[in-house]
Design a protein around this ligand. Sequence first.
Ligand code: IVH
Length: 327
Amino acid sequence: MSLIGAEYRINELRKALDEHNYLYYVLAQPKISDFEYDQLMKELISLENANPQFDSELSPSKRVGDDRNLEFEQAAHIFPMLSLGNTYSVEELSDFCNRVYKSIENENVEFVCELKFDGTAISLTYENGFLTKAVTRGDGAKGDIVTANVKTIKSIPLKLKGNGYPDLFEIRGEIYLPHAVFQELNVQRTEAGEAPFANPRNAASGTLKLQNSSVVAKRKLHCYLYYLASKELPAKTHSENLKLAQSWGFRVSEHTKIAHSAAEIYDFINYWSTERENLPFDIDGIVIKVNDLKLQDLLGYTAKSPRWATSYKFKAEQVQTKLLSID
Ligand code: IVH
């Protein structure tokens, strides 16, 4: 592509992605599928990497989206809340593993495979064993303080059990609505003449942003925790730290696996691509993380996401289908 062509396409992609961000995050009315969005973002990032002279701080590639609601007070995350890269095929997954092997010059790496919960992200701050703050992802640097609402979620400990936790840490996870709760909520809403929620994810994020926490309490939100952020963590691997988090009273998923190659990761993906139908909540893919925290540090981060982790989106989540008629 010529230099002028590249500049033109970069501007076109930035404009389109800004508009899709607005439709998704502000109006909650996305016009394209996650897959289409990711393809546009990938094209933009690759053109920007090839043409650094057109770099801009305002590029949508430098943002991780924004879910802030100005009615809430905001707080800065101690550690930025980044998003994850996406892979959509076994080839892209092998590319991810190969990039890891190449960067650390070693092919003997433990990967942790986890479910990718389809809800709304939350960061919980604990000080001396007490929950002091719950903040949404927001723009990744700061988000809405929703502590009062989060305190109504029974599976989130207000005070930690056991010992060995850092004096100050953030723990991240996903707040979601199980299918049964979502269906019950929509029946109630329809009966009350209110519009039903489009899906459990929207219902969970809408509920988290309610101003009245007693209404939130009735909605029965659930939460899985999947990532610890602190200056110093007690264990040397992600999986051991999550096990410890479980002993402190956090709800951590048991559906995880340690894998040593792209093929083993792919086995986990294949299993869950069908088995997810039997889960009582939505997942939209699998998350793959390098287990060793020292290696995570070595691999580091891009502006948007860690180089030590990625996600794999299930096929059904990759394309938007058009419903032609209902009989
Ligand atoms: S780890 C630095 N693990 O996916 C890594 N994220 O597209 C932090 N998500 O914003 C994220 N399940 O809201 C991680 N097992 C899991 C997850 C997970 C769902 C969400 C999370 C994140 C988004 C990235």
